[in-house]
Design a binder for this molecule. Structure first.
Ligand code: UT7
Length: 346
């Protein structure tokens, strides 16, 4: 007989919502990064920038770029296959696929449907969500709701981006910041009580203009003019986005901790959205997060938007920075504006 689980020193906010006896465990994670590495020195050959500027202002040293014939659904499918392998389940067992992305293969059908076909998840329903860099946490929360309500038993959540296709490679303000990649997590009800404890989400459409891609939608369909005006590239007011990111990530993390009656010192690993080392440090400083708690990999991948914390979560598990029973805090921020945080008992 196995030993009884030790008493918890924190609250599971799901219990009070009538979800007693139901948990949403993350039973497997996986990630995929394209092979091609583009260093800061490579970018300095393309735009007026330097390794020194990029590292000191962002912390990024290199990023990965997908091949021409490798699309967001390919990156997502590769990450999903690794998550399935780590979870020890088959694609046929998946009930629902949620893909968070701002760079779908095409406006429709959804990238989630294309991933479904690529991994052979025959019985799954599939759809995309769009919450920019916050998409993975929004996806976890949506997936969790389906599991808690007993609608589905197994949900695959993917954050996947081919941002290199919406970057203006002549704009030094943005082209040094982003990269391609994907991360995935498989959610399932498991009778033992480990899993996602809470996830909070927030949005502020009043600040939609700070970070956007104006072209390609119903407001501004593709025309010769829109292409010449570079409306199909990502645009960002870096300074304002920075300030909003620090504040929103701090508020979201505090809210998630408060819901679980947790102190930051009880968290083993804090995984923030990997956009800028200075944003991460400012948020960590306000929350009282130590260097030992913090997981950072943006020096290798840059900002991969919806894939960012999904990739980092997988790497933290692989590197044994997170082990069974540890408490993990994810915190994100992105265009919309959107933000969120999640607490996981691993
Ligand atoms: O994932 C979603 C959220 N995204 C973010 O959170 C990103 C938020 N913003 C940031 O990370 C930072 O604002 C940036 C990294 C984008 C910019 O850093 P900054 O310290 O805010 O720099 P800045 O925009 O104030 O630019 C300072 C100077 C400017 O020159 P002038 O006008 O002072 O002469 C820029 O033109 O740095 C210049 N600059 C560069 N110089 C060399 C901007 N980009 C570059 C570059 N290389 N790549």
């Amino acid at each position: 007989m196995s030993a009884p689980a030790p008493a918890r020193k924190f609250k599971n906010p799901r219990a009070k919502h009538g979800f007693q006896g139901r948990t949403c465990s993350i039973i497997g994670v996986g990630s995929y990064l394209p092979e091609r590495i583009v260093t800061n020195a490579d970018l300095a050959l393309m735009v007026d920038t330097s390794d020194e500027w990029i590292i000191s202002r962002t912390g990024i040293k290199e990023r990965r770029l997908a091949a021409k014939d490798q699309y967001t659904s390919d990156l997502g499918a590769a990450a999903a296959k690794r998550a399935l392998e780590n979870a020890g389940i088959l694609a046929e067992e998946i009930d629902l696929i949620i893909v968070a992305t701002i760079t779908p293969d095409m406006p429709f059908p959804s990238t989630a449907c294309l991933v479904q076909q690529k991994i052979g998840a025959r019985k799954a329903a599939a759809f995309d969500i769009e919450a920019a860099c916050s998409g993975f946490i929004f996806g976890l929360e949506i997936g969790q709701q389906f599991i808690m309500s007993r609608t589905y038993n197994t949900v695959l959540v993917i954050g996947a981006e081919k941002l290199s296709t919406i970057i203006d490679w002549k704009d030094r303000n943005t082209c040094v910041l982003f990269g391609d990649g994907a991360g995935a997590a498989i959610l399932q009800h498991r009778p033992d009580a480990h899993g996602l404890l809470t996830a909070c989400m927030g949005s502020d459409g009043n600040k939609a203009d700070l970070l956007s891609m104006p072209g390609g939608g119903s407001k501004c369909p593709a025309t010769m003019e829109s292409v010449h005006a570079k409306l199909h590239y990502l645009r960002m007011d870096g300074k304002e986005t920075f300030k909003n990111a620090v504040n929103a990530m701090y508020v979201a993390a505090e809210e998630a901790l408060r819901r679980c009656e947790l102190e930051i010192g009880q968290i083993k690993c804090v995984i923030p959205h990997q956009a800028n080392r200075r944003i991460i440090d400012a948020v960590a400083d306000r929350l009282g997060v130590t260097e030992q708690q913090l997981f950072v990999n943006l020096h290798r991948y840059g900002n991969t938007s919806a894939a960012s914390v999904a990739i980092a979560l997988d790497e933290a598990v692989q590197e044994k920075r997170i082990e069974r029973g540890d408490l993990v805090l994810l915190v994100v921020f992105g265009a919309g504006l959107t933000w969120g945080a999640a607490v996981i008992e691993w």
